[in-house]
Design a protein around this ligand. Structure first.
Ligand code: ME8
Length: 533
């Protein structure tokens, strides 16, 4: 891993300079930011799609922490239901044993991608199970649940019923597998009764679901008419018992959705609900939009909760032409790439290769190509040439900040504004794109100034000016890149002679002119050693 252990190595460096007061510091309003990923099914091992959502949520969480907001970032695993029970049966172990084994893989993904989640919920947590029962009892007490029998075509991979019209050539549109006929006596939730209220909510909150085309999709689904849904299973054992009828378990999707509320009640040993509810963003791909955009808000209305502020729907990562899915068996394992190149290149690649919010194709070849072209040649090279020139011409000490205007100040301010807006809107790829224009600008600046010529001509003031601007450009980049590639950002700060702590990357430091003179600059190994292809 090229940039691992930055913080540890940092402590061994000399001439540490504290971040100091930013020029534009002042009283700011602190907000709260509660973001969630879906809780992933433990029926199989995690793949790059799961890592992707977790990385997206981590980037915005880190960004909001940089802004001083109170952040709660929730992720976890969905452990009940038919799919998990079937997977366990196939392996000849109990669902509980299966879940206990699988959850370690999912927790490992979180750690490997360097995600800073505040809690990892498992739906088998006893506190969650008790909360789900209390929640569904409220819905029952509100008169929104009744008993009826149901028959239909069931896709066990979706854990959902389909009508003939919704199938594609008789197969599940999402998994390409044949549904099976099921008939049961179930409890039903009066979803149809919520059609108008849901529609009104969508109309009153045009940014409830983002991006816009996903909002339109969900709204049109509501407008086509909603049917009541079955919210319990009679034949399944692996689930949370219905509180008023222990012969049935609660439908896994209802159990799972409630995690977003239950987690707050026990994550930190004190109930955070009043502080943090409702969620600012639920993040997910389009496969589960209907559950989150329709069933979940209706359940919340029934149980008397405030609705989430936004859902953000990112696209599918595809391998070849198809959506990756465990059921289809065409998945890309994120672990080898992360093991070999580190979390940062992987995070960078996912967000840069595919526009966040749209579908896109990923693969190892394009990973390596982008790594070499942008991380090694552009960012890595900018860092090494700057550090080595400061080493050579100024004995490794940041020269004094030059008097007068910097040619880069205005551009940096514009980049910071674009990144701030983009990250606020979940436009993660747009944010990275703006940052990369500045990386390229700095590389052009080196060519334009040709510091080696300035040195040769003995133009000391001009050379100080060039070197300080480059070092300041890198410091600025370390701040705006922190949420995307945190270990690299810390390493860049260290190499510029700054303490790579939270204060150094506070968002108010995404401003020009804050690099103090006198810091000890170290060259070190390349940030991103080139990959031989
Ligand atoms: O649906 N591209 O769990 P799940 C991008 N347990 N993202 C992808 C992806 C891909 N190819 N594949 C998966 C479930 N994802 C339920 C959720 S929530 C209350 C319950 C990501 O393991 C994406 O976020 O199938 C997608 O929505 C989620 O994983 C589905 O995860």
């Amino acid at each position: 891993m090229p940039v691992s252990g930055a913080a540890e190595r940092a402590s061994a460096r000399i001439a540490r300079i504290p971040a100091g007061k930013p020029r534009n510091s002042g009283c700011r309003h602190m907000g709260k930011f509660f973001v969630t990923t879906p809780i992933y099914y433990v029926n199989d091992v995690p793949h790059i799609g799961h890592a992707y959502t977790t990385i997206g949520a981590d980037v915005v969480s880190r960004f909001h922490r940089q802004k001083g907001d109170e952040v709660f970032f929730l992720t976890g695993t969905d452990e009940h239901g038919n799919k998990v029970e079937m997977a366990a049966t196939e392996r000849g172990i109990t669902p509980r044993e299966h879940a206990d084994q699988m959850v370690t893989r999912f927790k490992e993904v979180v750690r490997k991608v360097n995600a800073t989640n505040d809690f990892f919920i498992r739906t088998t947590d006893p506190q969650h199970e008790a909360y789900v029962q209390r929640f569904i009892q409220k819905v029952y007490d509100a008169g929104d649940i009744y008993e009826s029998s149901y028959s239909g075509l069931y896709c066990s991979a979706c854990e959902a019923y389909y009508t003939e019209e919704n199938l594609v050539d008789g197969l599940c549109p999402d998994h390409g597998t044949a549904p099976t006929f099921m008939e049961e006596k179930n409890y039903f939730f009066k979803l149809a009764d919520y059609q108008d209220r849901l529609r009104q909510h969508y109309l009153a909150h045009p940014d409830f679901v983002r991006p816009r085309h996903r909002y339109n999709e969900a709204l049109s689904f509501i407008e086509q008419g909603l049917d009541d849904i079955s919210i319990s299973r009679a034949t399944l054992k692996w689930g949370i018992p219905v509180p008023w009828d222990a012969s049935q378990v609660i439908y896994v999707w209802v159990d799972a959705l409630i995690n977003y509320a239950s987690a707050l009640s026990y994550a930190v040993g004190q109930d955070l609900t009043t502080r943090l509810w409702p969620p600012t963003y639920h993040l997910m791909a389009q496969d589960i939009l209907k559950f989150h955009g329709i069933i979940w808000p209706a359940l919340l209305m029934s149980a008397g909760y405030e609705l989430p502020e936004h859902l953000f729907i990112h696209g599918y990562l595809k391998l070849g032409g198809e959506k990756m899915s465990k059921t289809r068996g065409n998945v890309m394992d994120p672990f080898p790439l992360i093991e070999q190149y580190g979390a940062d290149p992987f995070r960078f690649y996912c967000l840069r290769e595919v526009n966040f919010g749209q579908d896109g194709v990923v693969g190892e070849d394009s990973f390596k190509a982008r790594y070499n072209a942008e991380l090694a040649n552009e960012l890595g090279n900018l860092m090494s040439r700057t550090a080595s020139m400061i080493g050579k011409y100024r004995a490794g000490v940041v020269p004094a900040a030059p008097v007068g205007e910097s040619p880069l100040a205005e551009e940096a301010a514009a980049v910071a504004a674009v990144v701030e807006k983009a990250l606020g809107d979940f436009d993660l790829s747009g944010g990275l794109e703006a940052i990369w224009t500045f990386v390229r600008r700095l590389n052009r600046f080196v060519e334009e100034r040709a510091p080696w010529k300035q040195a040769k001509a003995g133009e000391d003031a001009a050379l100080d000016h060039t070197l300080w601007n480059l070092a300041e450009g890198l410091r600025f980049l370390a701040v705006v890149l922190h949420s995307f590639i945190p270990a690299t950002s810390a390493e860049m700060m260290s190499r510029l002679g700054m303490e790579p702590d939270a204060a150094a990357v506070a968002w108010e430091r995404a401003a020009w002119g804050l690099l103090p003179a006198g810091g000890a600059v170290t060259a070190g190994a390349p940030l991103f050693p080139r990959i031989d292809v």
